[in-house]
Design a protein around this ligand. Structure first.
Ligand code: GLU
Length: 290
């Protein structure tokens, strides 16, 4: 067995992704402030250890829908449904960011908002600017809070899910660790909700084609867009770019410091830096790769 877990203690630049289902109460769809507060406290503490921290957060569309009392986005006309979703994300993103800024301020941290689409990576000038902005914010000791720019993202230019987005961010900023907080413990040999014989995998040394096929498209929660297949795509991006990736259950947000203490939690995908990995090209072909 490798000491890959122990080496996590030395990680310097960490991207943490949390999904919509981890940020709201299942019963009501309202924000789970206790969990949000714990997340902010954990991230602030990692920052206080002198590490760079980036948060990739979902929840904008869900918060916006909640704010204007929409439970389901239904429309005969596709473009209208898209406009409602985009409007909800505009409302919800502001609310989400307001909450994060307030909570981070309580721990004496400064948060900054970065919203991205596929174009941020594919377009050379945009990518260059985004890279510089992230680098400068991290130099300033600020915690960038990232989401997809859902207010303008349509199918052609969307990344589409925040698992993939967080791995793209990790690759863009040369992070050495990506942690995906999800509603599942990690990677199983099959869907554990359906197959009681599904076995847990705690370490993935190499992303083989068989493994890539193992992802299932559902999380079981009905909220958010990330299933296991998006997590495996994220693993492909992050590990090719030279970062380890961990999937862990967000049920207890305290897993964050335990993972960073080198404890065996969740599934770890080991970095496998591929010098030929071309991020803009991968992102350009994203929907074709998935
Ligand atoms: N960007 C979307 C939001 O903030 C969520 C995407 C995802 O859950 O993967 O609502």
């Amino acid at each position: 067995m490798s000491n890959v877990r122990e080496l996590i203690r030395d990680k310097k630049r960490i991207v943490v992704k949390i999904g919509s289902s981890s940020l709201q109460h299942k019963e009501t769809g309202d924000m789970d402030y206790i969990r949000l507060e714990k997340l902010v406290r954990e991230l602030s503490d990692i920052r206080n250890q002198g590490k760079d921290v980036i948060l990739v957060t979902s929840g904008a569309i869900a918060a916006g829908k909640k704010a204007v009392g929409i439970t389901e986005i239904k429309s005969e006309v596709q473009s209208q449904a898209m406009a409602v979703k985009q409007a909800c994300s505009a409302i919800g993103q502001a609310r989400l960011m307001m909450t994060y800024s307030k909570l981070f301020a309580e721990y004496n941290q400064i948060a900054a908002q970065i919203l991205m689409t596929k174009n941020t990576i594919v377009d050379n000038l945009n990518r260059y600017n985004a890279h510089n902005t992230f680098t400068e914010l991290l130099n300033m000791g600020v915690i960038p809070v990232v989401n997809e720019n859902d207010t303008v993202a349509t199918y052609e230019i969307e990344i589409g899910d925040n698992d993939t987005l967080s791995a793209i961010v990790a690759a863009l900023v040369d992070a050495d660790l990506l942690i995906l907080l999800s509603d599942i413990d990690g990677l199983y040999t099959d869907d554990p909700h359906k197959n009681p014989d599904a076995r847990f995998i705690d370490e993935v040394e190499e992303l083989t084609p068989e493994l890539m096929n193992m992802g299932k498209a559902s999380t079981g929660s009905g909220v958010g867009t990330g299933g296991m297949s998006t997590k495996l795509i994220a693993a492909k991006i992050a590990t090719s770019a030279g970062a380890d990736m961990v999937i862990a259950n967000s049920e207890d947000i305290g897993v964050l410091h335990r993972i960073l203490d080198g404890k065996k939690i969740g599934t770890i995908f080991r970095a496998n830096k591929n010098e030929d990995f071309d991020l803009p090209n991968f992102v350009e072909n994203l929907h074709k790769n998935s």
